[in-house]
Design a protein around this ligand. Structure first.
Ligand code: GRF
Length: 202
């Protein structure tokens, strides 16, 4: 089977994007990042993508903070289709994905979230975990559906919450886990070891 063509959408630092790109190279994952997009022109993920010479897309300014207008999502979907993206990876993308993007990439979109879902969906999940006093935190990679952080779970990794952890130190430990977990899921999907509802390459 041919390699998986990946699109990555992010709003921030892009450390998951970098970890994924490195893992694909280092661990010979049969996948290729072919498209990188962001809702923020100043997002660091775009700088990282530039260094790797990857095509980058910044979407038009939105009037919303937590989602995009359907027309803007339509433009993104068209760009992704033009790039023949099989799987869309949300790596720190801070807007809720709705239709039409959700419909076009149904069963072909995954997200990384910094908690052990279903615990602590939403923003600053590591801070929520710390405040709740749990002893274990972690990350989750899941399929994206219309429920925020609610799609089927594909993989999780647990990290300890240590006495004296600050929000930053805990988030840092969770991010190290994210950088392992996301490439593992991409590998599983690329190799057909994690089931798809419909593998786009068939
Ligand atoms: C990650 O912690 C991810 O779980 C969350 O946003 C953060 C993005 O980090 N959704 P980065 O941009 O990949 O560094």
């Amino acid at each position: 089977m041919r390699g998986l063509r990946l699109g990555v959408l992010g709003s921030g630092q892009g450390s998951n994007f970098v970890a994924l790109a490195k893992a694909i190279e280092r661990d010979r994952i049969p996948a290729e990042i072919v498209w990188v997009g962001s809702d923020r022109a100043e997002a660091k993920i775009l700088e990282h993508a530039k260094k790797l010479n990857l095509p980058r897309v910044v979407c038009r300014k939105s009037n919303f903070r937590t989602k995009l207008e359907p027309e803007i999502e339509e433009e993104l979907a068209l760009a992704l289709e033009k790039a023949r993206v099989d799987l869309l990876v949300l790596a720190g993308y801070m807007r809720v994905v709705k239709d039409p993007l959700l419909r076009k990439f149904e069963g072909r979109m995954i997200n990384i979230h910094p908690s052990l879902l279903p615990a602590f969906p939403g923003l600053r999940a590591w801070e929520q975990a710390r405040m709740a006093g749990v002893k274990e935190a972690g990350c989750t990679v899941h399929w994206v559906n219309s429920q925020v952080d609610g799609g089927e779970i594909l993989r999780q990794e647990t990290v300890p919450v240590l006495a004296g952890d600050s929000a930053e130190s805990l988030h840092g430990r969770i991010q190290e886990a994210e950088h392992r977990c996301l490439p593992q899921v991409v590998r599983g999907l690329a190799e057909g070891k994690i089931p798809w509802s419909e593998d786009p390459r068939k």
